[in-house]
Write a protein that binds this ligand. Structure first.
Ligand code: ADP
Ligand code: ADP
Length: 228
């Protein structure tokens, strides 16, 4: 469970998050909508402490993440993040991209990590490219590998920050399909910042609408789309 309690965020003088109160239950798929500059990305990035909050409290699985005693590495292990830019390691193969963190951070042996990586690459439809370099792949393919790489750490939460915004239109669908199957099959808790209304309508349990640093709406998806 993720809980924001009276969270405020300033960038210098600029008030980016205003009194955010929010609970995301385990297993929920939450889509965050809102105009550019409304604070969506900031809110998401606070969850894994890529941004620090100014006041309030943010609790992930019972751990207050901005408590100075908190070991952020333990919190982050459980939070996978996928960005607008795919950020794959350019000098490594697809398979090496997916096995690196499990070997280095989780201490898996190479064989075990390879096996898990191949299963995940299969799941995102990229197993046949396991020996390719990132530059040989389309944007949609790179983003699917980036999703597999995050999943290889077996996180309980997946955070997506406009995962399809940098893609050519014909590649958006293949990435959304992977995200849809993830939402439906795994019981994964997902927080997705996106402009893809179709995805929100079809997959979200809840929709949060932000504007000007505030949550204006926080409703079940059906109510959000059918009851204006
Ligand atoms: P969204 O994801 O909804 O587009 P962001 O969370 O990226 O919004 O940004 C919210 C506001 O905070 C914007 O006005 C943006 O310019 C500002 N902002 C974001 N990051 C920073 C930063 N590192 N320093 C200063 N202002 C920032
Ligand atoms: P997004 O597409 O996720 O909304 P942005 O393009 O707003 O991202 O921001 C990209 C990066 O630039 C982020 O790391 C953000 O923190 C930083 N940034 C955004 N707005 C500002 C700003 N006004 N001043 C400084 N940094 C900013």
């Amino acid at each position: 469970m993720i809980t924001f309690k009276n969270v405020e965020k300033y960038y210098g003088e600029f008030h980016a998050l205003k009194d955010i109160n929010l609970t995301i239950e385990t297993g929920e798929v939450v889509v965050v909508l809102g105009p550019s500059g409304s604070g969506k990305s900031t809110m998401l990035r606070c969850i894994n402490a890529l941004e620090e909050i100014s006041t309030g409290e943010l609790i992930v699985d019972g751990t207050s993440i901005f408590d100075p005693k908190t070991n952020l590495n333990n919190v982050r292990k459980n939070l996978g993040m996928v960005f607008q830019q795919f950020n794959l390691y350019a000098n490594m193969t697809v398979l090496e991209n997916v096995t690196l963190a499990p070997v280095k951070v989780l201490g898996l042996d190479k064989q075990e990590a390879n096996k898990r990586a191949e299963q995940l690459l299969d799941r995102v439809g990229m197993l046949d490219k396991k020996n390719a370099m990132p530059a040989q792949l389309s944007g949609g393919q790179q983003q699917r590998v980036a999703i597999a790489r995050s999943l290889a750490m077996t996180p309980s939460y997946m955070l997506f920050d406009e995962p399809t915004s940098a893609l050519d239109p014909e590649m958006v669908g293949e990435v959304l399909d992977v995200m849809k199957s993830l939402a439906k099959e795994s019981g994964m808790t997902m927080v997705v910042v996106t402009h893809e209304m179709g995805f929100a309508r079809e997959v979200a349990d809840r929709v949060i609408f932000m504007a000007d640093g505030q949550i204006l709406e926080d409703r079940e998806s059906e109510a959000f789309f059918n009851d204006p």
